[in-house]
Design a protein around this ligand. Structure first.
Ligand code: MTE
Ligand code: MO
Length: 342
């Protein structure tokens, strides 16, 4: 029972020794040259530390639960590094500094931000080790920040700059994908409110054309949307609950965290579609090919108070390698029923 209380609502625990890589990939990041970490912005005299200097500072160990917004969690992961607090104690912060932005050494200058007091309350760790080993490059090594008790998008990989700001500057996922700036997994603060008003949403739903539009968090539930064109659409957090979507085209769409609960998706197209964290419980997936979709954190059944709600997946196609990224119980469900290709 105690383990259950560690899992925030809507999250599932990954299999043992599994740690998915999310967002930017190591292949896009340069590991050339030495790694440094700068503290600048609203600071009297900016400083730059080398990796070796950081390694020689007093190290803090911390065990945290990782909760990704795409609904996977990895519990009890030990990290080691320098506390943000101890780094900030080494510089003279200007009185108007209120926010801290963690900036990544990556092509898109990935970043995320927190109010300074929140960052300190949450015991942010500038981590250089995970699970007793130097942090792997794929997981943001040699230096990443770790923010306990927030969704994991607040924990920037390949950290090279800590910038103090007088006003907040939204991070990459927050500005680009509408991720919630507060990111509390216990309150399910996954996305900001939808940006589309009801009238625009209703018009688009009538036209059955969502192609290449950004319609994050749209509520399209309980509709007949047979033949919908949603190719290339941004549909994170969208609700298609109980819709009829026969033959709909979702190719190249982003359906991260979308709800298809009880929807009829027979013969819909999911080609290179991102369905991370999407909920297909109770959906009809007859003849649907999900073999090249990103499935991290997706679910195909859930237990409800009225018993299990299962997707119909007898004729759906999955690829074995993608199934690795489901939680163990979801994977078992799919493997026992669907067509699984290597
Ligand atoms: N530089 C950088 N940091 C990032 C991201 C990213 O795309 N780029 N993605 C964030 C998200 S959404 C998550 S869930 C975690 C994933 O970390 P992991 O790949 O080590 O699991 O990194 C976070 N930090
Ligand atoms: Mo994430």
């Amino acid at each position: 029972m105690q383990e259950l209380t560690k899992i925030p609502p809507g999250q599932q625990v990954v299999g043992p020794n599994k740690w998915p890589v999310i967002g930017e990939r190591e292949s896009a990041i340069s590991s050339e040259g030495s790694w440094t970490l700068s503290l600048d912005g609203r600071i009297d005299a900016p400083v730059t530390f080398s990796l070796e200097q950081l390694q020689q500072m007093p190290q803090t160990e911390m065990v945290i639960d990782i909760h990704c917004v795409t609904r996977w969690s990895k519990l009890d992961v030990p990290f080691k590094g320098v506390s943000l607090k101890s780094l900030l104690q080494q510089v003279a912060i200007e009185p108007d500094a209120k926010f801290v932005s963690f900036v990544s050494r990556s092509p898109r200058r990935h970043s995320t931000s927190l109010p300074i007091d929140v960052a300190l309350q949450h015991d942010c760790l500038i981590a250089m080790e995970a699970e007793g080993k130097p942090l792997e490059f794929g997981h943001g090594g040699p230096i990443r920040n770790i923010v306990p008790r927030k969704y994991f998008y607040k924990s920037v990989k390949w950290l090279e700059r800590i910038e103090l700001l007088s006003e907040d500057r939204l991070g990459y996922w927050e500005a680009d994908a509408g991720y919630h700036n507060l990111a509390d997994p216990w309150k399910e603060q996954r996305y900001m409110a939808s940006t589309i008003d009801r009238r625009t949403a209703a018009k688009l739903i009538d036209s059955k054309d969502f192609s290449n539009r950004d319609l994050r968090s749209i509520d399209a539930s309980d509709r007949n949307l047979d033949g919908l064109d949603a190719s290339g659409a941004g549909l994170r957090d969208a609700s298609f609950a109980r819709c009829s979507l026969v033959g709909a085209d979702f190719s190249n769409a982003n359906l991260s965290n979308a709800s298809f609960v009880g929807a009829n998706l027979s013969q819909a197209t999911f080609s290179e579609t991102d369905v991370e964290g999407a909920d297909f419980s109770g959906a009809n997936l007859s003849s649907v090919d999900l073999s090249d979709c990103s499935l991290i954190g997706a679910s195909f059944f859930k237990e409800s108070s009225d018993g299990p709600v299962s997707a119909e997946i007898g004729t759906a196609v999955f690829s074995i390698s993608q199934l690795e990224n489901l939680s163990p119980s979801q994977r078992e469900f799919v493997v026992a029923r669907a067509i699984c290709q290597s």
